[in-house]
Design a protein around this ligand. Structure first.
Ligand code: GRF
Length: 227
């Protein structure tokens, strides 16, 4: 989908195309990503397995030294780092941003990263941080999205991939895919169904970002025709 924007009196698609530049615009055809993780890292694995030639995963950073995701990075030959979090979110975010920048990141993927970044991270990577969340946002933000959907009795939930802003599980939505909730579902079975979708959708979106196909204009996602 391509959106067209009115610029002065010129409403042509051509004027719109030239007015939008992807935040991932680069002379290079490869974008360097750092992936932030806290847990198992199945989404990280999906990104690694995708082997998108435009996506270079230059590092994996966790707030938890025991996160299995770090081992996945080591097995794949990707630099892994542990940034202990502590109680000072501003200070922890600063340390994390510095590690991510040292790894050479141009963009960041939150793939099961269970900490809330401060505004410093958003400022360091404007519209260059994306998150995968296990619900159809704005429904069920937060750490218990799967359980919350079950408790609410909804029959459809899903996956959201969005740009990260300063509010938790908020920011311009890039893609959403619904997942049906069956009567017998519990948190484990529903999360498994959701993750199956995440493992397809997140790598696709990261590929779209790297290829410069998606941008943000006035707080909303726009898709850019191939250049
Ligand atoms: C995913 O379900 C993601 O939506 C949520 O945390 C989970 C991480 O899973 N933010 P994994 O560590 O990628 O297996």
């Amino acid at each position: 989908m391509v959106l067209f924007r009115v610029t002065g009196n010129d409403t042509s698609p051509e004027s719109y195309r030239h007015s939008v530049q992807s935040p991932f615009h680069s002379r290079s055809r490869v974008i360097r990503f750092v992936v932030l993780v806290s847990g198992s890292g199945s989404n990280l694995q999906a990104l690694i397995d995708r082997r998108d030639p435009s996506v270079d995963i230059v590092g994996v950073v966790s707030d938890r030294v025991e996160a299995p995701a770090l081992e996945r990075a080591r097995v794949a030959g990707i630099a892994d780092r542990w940034v202990p979090w502590g109680s000072d979110r501003l200070e922890a975010t600063r340390r994390l941003v510095s590690v991510v920048q040292d790894l050479g990141a141009q963009a960041v993927v939150l793939a099961g990263f269970m900490r809330v970044l401060s505004a410093d991270a958003i400022a360091a990577f404007p519209w260059r941080i994306v998150n995968v969340h296990p619900s159809l946002l704005p429904a069920f933000p937060g750490a218990n999205a799967v359980a919350d959907a079950l408790a609410a009795g909804v029959v459809v939930t899903g996956v959201t991939v969005h740009f990260v802003d300063e509010i938790v599980d908020h920011g311009p939505i890039i893609r959403q895919v619904p997942v049906a909730i069956d009567p017998g579902d519990d948190v484990a079975s529903l999360h498994a169904k959701i993750q199956k979708v995440e493992h397809v959708v997140l790598p696709e979106v990261v590929g779209d970002l790297a290829a410069g196909r998606v941008s943000v204009v006035e707080g909303r996602v726009v898709w850019i025709e191939s250049r």
